[in-house]
Design a protein around this ligand. Structure first.
Ligand code: PLP
Length: 313
C-alpha cells in the first residue's frame, strides 16, 4: 500500500510497479526479481528502485535482504527496505540473522510508533547518504528559511531533507524513549513480543479448533478458527470446488469472529489475507502484553464462536 502510494506520488503510475512473487515463507523470490528486471531492461525500461521488507505488515516475513542487495548492486538500483513495523525485530538476538543485509540498504523506513513503543505519529526515513535528499529538498534561495550564525550541527533543519517545512518535534519522543528506557530494555521487550507470538503459534498449532496460516517470523501470528465440523469436511472433500466452498464459509466465519472479538473490547485482532484465506492476525507490539493475554484472546475467540454456533453446524 505505502509503496504503491509512493510510486503514484512520484508520478509514475502504479502500472510501473512490479510486484514480485513470494516463496512459501512469504519472502520475495529474488530469482523472479532478477528475471523481471532483465525483461524490463530488454524492453527499454529503466528499473531504478527495489523495495524489500524487513517484516511485512501481514505476516512479519523478512525478505532475504542480502540477496536483494546483490541484485540492486548488480543493476545499480536504489535499495529501499520497508522496516516500518519489523526493523526493530533485529534487536532480538534470536532474530538478528533474519535481517542480514539490512545494513546495505540505501534507505529504510521505520515507524518508532509501531515497535519502538513511541506514541503515534513518529514515522522515519533513514538515509545512508543524506546528500541526495538535501540536493532534492534544500531551497537555498529562500531567505526566510536560512539559518544564520550557527554551527553546521545547530543549523541542521529537517526542511532541508523532506517536503515538510513547519513540523512538530517528533524526534523528541523517540529520543526520550531511547534515553529513558535504553536500547537494552527495549530489545528485551521486543524479544518478549516475539516469544509471545511463538507462544500463540504453539497454542494454535496444537489446538484442534485452530489452524496456523503463516509461519511466525517476528511478533505476528496469523491463524484461523477451524472447528471440528469444518476440519472433517475439508478432510473428506472430494473436489477443489468443494474445498473452495468450505474455505469461503471459513473466511466468513473468521471475519465475524474478528468483529466479535474487536467489539468485545477485551482483545484486538486484525486480519490478513494469507494464500487467499481470511486470517485472524495477532500483532504483538505492546510491552505490557503477557501470556495470560494470549490465553484469554484464544478463549474470547472460542466464546464468540459458541455464540455463533448456528454458523458452525
Ligand atoms: C510494513 C509497513 N510499511 C509501511 C507502513 C506505512 O507507515 P505509516 O503508517 O507510517 O505511513 C506501515 C504501516 O502500517 C507498515 O506496517
Amino acid at each position: 500500500m505505502s509503496v504503491a502510494k509512493a510510486v503514484d506520488i512520484l508520478g509514475f503510475g502504479r502500472e510501473q510497479m512490479r510486484i514480485i512473487e513470494c516463496d512459501n515463507r512469504m519472502r520475495m523470490n529474488v530469482e523472479i526479481l532478477r528475471q523481471l528486471i532483465q525483461i524490463d531492461l530488454s524492453e527499454g525500461l529503466r528499473p531504478f528502485c527495489v523495495v524489500g521488507s524487513a517484516g511485512t505488515v501481514n505476516t512479519g516475513a523478512v525478505d532475504s535482504l542480502n540477496d536483494i542487495a546483490d541484485v540492486a548492486a548488480e543493476f545499480n538500483l536504489w535499495f529501499h527496505v520497508d522496516g516500518a513495523y519489523g526493523a526493530p525485530g533485529r534487536l532480538d538476538p534470536r532474530k538478528k540473522a533474519l535481517f542480514a543485509g539490512l545494513e546495505r540498504a540505501d534507505s529504510v523506513s521505520l515507524d518508532p510508533h509501531k515497535w519502538l513503543y513511541v506514541p503515534v505519529d513518529a514515522g522515519c526515513l533513514l538515509l545512508r547518504d543524506q546528500a541526495g535528499a538535501r540536493t532534492t529538498f534544500n531551497a537555498a534561495d529562500a531567505d526566510y528559511i536560512k539559518v544564520h550564525g550557527h554551527s553546521d550541527e545547530e543549523a541542521f533543519a529537517f526542511w532541508d531533507y523532506g517536503i515538510e517545512l513547519s513540523r512538530r518535534f517528533r524526534a523528541l519522543k523517540i529520543w526520550l524513549t531511547l534515553r529513558y528506557y535504553g536500547v537494552r530494555r527495549i530489545a528485551e521487550a521486543i524479544a518478549e513480543d516475539n516469544s509471545l507470538a511463538e507462544y500463540l503459534e504453539s497454542i494454535v498449532s496444537k489446538a484442534e479448533d485452530f489452524e496456523l496460516l503463516a509461519p511466525v517470523e517476528l511478533s505476528i501470528c496469523c491463524f484461523r478458527y477451524l472447528p471440528t465440523a469444518f476440519r472433517l469436511r475439508l478432510q473428506t472433500a472430494v473436489s477443489e470446488t468443494e474445498v473452495a466452498v468450505i474455505n469461503e464459509e471459513l473466511d466468513r466465519l473468521n471475519e465475524q469472529l474478528m468483529s466479535a472479538v474487536q467489539t468485545s473490547g477485551r482483545a484486538y485482532l486484525s486480519n490478513a489475507t494469507v494464500h487467499g484465506r481470511f486470517a485472524l492476525r495477532a500483532c504483538i507490539t505492546n510491552f505490557r502484553t503477557t501470556r495470560a493475554d494470549i490465553d484469554e484472546t484464544i478463549e474470547i475467540i472460542r466464546e464468540a464462536a459458541v455464540k455463533m454456533s448456528d454458523m458452525l453446524y
